[in-house]
Design a protein around this ligand. Sequence first.
Ligand code: NAD
Length: 442
Amino acid sequence: MKLTVVGTGYVGLVTGVCFAEMGNEVWCVDVDKEKIQGLNQGKIPIYEPGLEDMVKRNMEAGRLHFTTRLEEGLSLSLFLFIAVGTPPGEDGSADLNYVLSVAREVGRKMEKYVVIVDKSTVPVGTADKVREAVAEELKARGRSGLEFDVVSNPEFLKEGAAIDDVMKPDRIIVGTDNVRTAELMKELYSPFVRNGHPILLMDIHSAELAKYAANAMLATRISFMNELAALCEKVGADIEQVRMGIGSDRRIGNSFLYAGLGYGGSCFPKDVKALIHSSREEGLKPTILEAVEEVNKRQRQIFVERIKGYFGSLRGKKLALWGLSFKPQTDDMREAPSVTIAERLLQEGALLTAYDPVAVEVARLLLPSEGITFTKDAYEGLKDADALLLITEWHQFRNPDFERIKSLMKAPVIFDGRNQYDPKVLRSYGYAYFCLGRRQCI
Ligand code: NAD
């Protein structure tokens, strides 16, 4: 089948490449000329394991094209995917400008039937707006007779495991109001569900809301565990043991039950905000979601306060940050806890070194330019450090050389924002070790 994917970011690029991998011919479109130029030269704009090889393979096979011109693929495509950003507006609502601008461009340029598939995360009612925007442009061209359909097909991939998630999804949600598009979407997606996982057909509004509901549920689990972690510290319980105690319950399961520095990234924070906004707009009070957000913000403050509490003053203290991206296996720094934490520590007068296996180049653009030295090696920044701060739980930080760390630092002090280490082991090495919600850590 032939399809165009508009927006060549984390979602659009990975989705487009995976469709090509299944034998489809795909045009990936972006307004960012540099990005498209780079991709045409084999330069991958994001860090995503396995992506580079897959892009190369499919470009060489002639199934994957990168272009800034929407019309190039549109004239040949049966499907047009919208995968542009939906960042939060000032009031927390999803900014639909990018989505609607693509819809208008499609209306201005389409010459034949196309299924417009909304893959961006958008509030309920967006498909209707997309339909209106396309129809208006067609009318202006005197081409109102041209047929098109609009489908909601939210994306559930996780950065860092995006290819696997797209190739073997837990489920595919298709929100549609007619049988024709339901059948076409099933045909397009059937190679991805050979594992027996379902294609869930539903109405468009439910599909749109399901995406927000999924992210809000996962964010809620994280904040719930962080709130419990604070209680654990007060009553002498250990959040890691509580986690195992509840995660083994099949009704609950183990995912997203980790206490730490809270959720970040390009999705959870903005999607929780957007759902809060939608609820308020409908005259509802989103009590749970407001609390989820508040706990998440507080978690970063607790971490900084803990460091401050230990040293008294942070003025002139040299602190080494391990990990900057919002989670491991990605260079995505959007809403990363490292940004707020680093800013607060700098305000308190600390001097920072920072190491991340892949996110440094992106981090440089977001973090203050003064007071931080980025290092190429994890151990380099530890020289004469007053404390090591574990911010992102990259694999390489799981079992580091604790003797070497100790020998480099001014004093052996670790603040573990991800509860990665065993407090007993760290004590046995002679560290002052601080984590979140665990016995012997406080
Ligand atoms: P992104 O910012 O990485 O990429 C968006 C791309 O769209 C950019 O390259 C931008 O230049 C391009 N773009 C903007 N306007 C355009 C236009 N008019 N024509 C062509 N290209 C245009 O965004 P992302 O992380 O891929 O997210 C895209 C959507 O998918 C968002 O709604 C997001 O919430 C959702 N989503 C993201 C993830 C994730 O993990 N990143 C997961 C699931 C869903």
